[in-house]
Design a binder for this molecule. Structure first.
Ligand code: CDP
Length: 231
C-alpha cells in the first residue's frame, strides 16, 4: 500500500501534536514533532548564554553552533506514550515543554539559519514517506508535496486552557494568564516572521477542533487519510 506523507500545521496548542501522534499510532507511520526540534535548539541557546535576559537571541553565535547540535527522538518508554526528544544525547523532553523555553522559542524559530538547518533534517526524515509531521510550515515549506495536509485551529482561549491543563498535570507552576499570553505572543511572531511564516497551505484542509472530541477528531482524520492512501 502507498505510504504517504501527512503534514499537520496549526497554531500553538491547537492539538496538532496529539492528532499527529494518534494518526501515526493508528497507521504505523513515523511521527515527528518538528516543534520539539525548535524547542531543543532554543534550550541549547538558553543554556549556552545565547539569549539575553530581555530575550535577544545572538543569531550569529547560534548559527555557528548549529553543526554541534544533534537532535534525536527516543521511542516512548510506555505503550501509547510520548517519544522523548534528545539534545546531544540527553533526554530534554520535560525541559523543552517548560514556559522558559516556550517564551524563547518563537524568536529562535524566526532565524533563517535555524530554519534552514532543521528543514533539511526534516526533509531527510520524510524522504521515504510513511511519516506524520506536525508544525507550522510542514505543508508549505518542508513537504509542499505532502498527499495530506491539515491546518488545525481553535480559539486562543481554548488552546491556552488545554495547554494550561497539560502543564498543571506535569506539576508546572504557571498561571492561565501567563500561558494565554505566551500562546497569543507566539501566534503573532510565527505569523509575521519573514521566513516560512505560519499560514495555511492552499491545498490544506482546515479543521477547527474547538468543540470536537478526540474520538470525533480521530474518525475525521482517518477518513481523510484513507481517501489519500486509496487515491
Ligand atoms: O506549544 P506548541 O505545541 O503549540 O508548539 P510547538 O509545535 O512545540 O512549536 C514551538 C514553536 O516552534 C512554535 O511556536 C514556532 O515558533 C516554532 N516552530 C516553527 O517555527 N516551525 C515548526 N515547523 C514547528 C515549530
Amino acid at each position: 500500500m502507498k505510504r504517504i506523507t501527512v503534514a499537520i500545521d496549526g497554531y500553538s496548542s491547537s492539538g496538532k501534536s496529539t492528532m499527529a501522534r494518534r494518526l501515526a499510532g493508528a497507521t504505523g507511520y513515523r511521527y515527528i514533532d518538528s516543534g520539539a526540534m525548535y524547542r531543543a535548539v532554543t534550550l541549547f541557546a538558553l543554556d549556552h548564554g545565547m539569549i539575553s535576559a530581555t530575550g535577544e537571541v545572538d543569531a550569529e553565535a547560534l548559527a555557528a553552533a548549529l553543526p554541534s547540535i544533534r537532535i534525536d527522538f527516543a521511542p516512548a518508554t510506555e505503550a501509547g506514550g510520548q517519544q522523548h526528544t534528545l539534545l546531544n544525547g540527553t533526554d530534554v523532553e520535560t525541559e523543552i515543554r517548560r514556559l522558559r523555553v516556550s517564551n524563547a522559542v518563537s524568536p529562535v524559530a524566526a532565524i533563517p539559519a535555524v530554519r534552514r538547518a532543521l528543514t533539511e533534517i526534516q526533509q531527510a526524515m520524510g524522504r521515504e514517506g510513511g511519516i506524520v509531521m506536525d508544525g507550522r510550515d510542514i505543508g508549505t515549506t518542508v513537504f509542499p508535496h505532502a498527499e495530506l495536509k491539515i491546518f488545525v485551529n481553535a480559539s486562543a482561549e481554548t488552546r491556552a486552557r488545554r495547554r494550561f491543563k497539560e502543564m498543571m498535570e506535569t506539576g508546572a507552576q504557571v498561571s492561565y494568564e501567563d500561558v494565554l499570553a505566551n500562546v497569543v505572543r507566539r501566534d503573532h511572531i510565527d505569523e509575521t516572521r519573514a521566513e516560512s511564516p505560519l499560514r495555511k497551505a492552499d491545498d490544506a484542509l482546515e479543521l477547527d477542533n474547538s468543540t470536537m472530541t478526540l474520538a470525533e477528531q480521530d474518525a475525521w482524520l482517518m477518513e481523510q487519510f484513507e481517501k489519500r492512501v486509496q487515491a
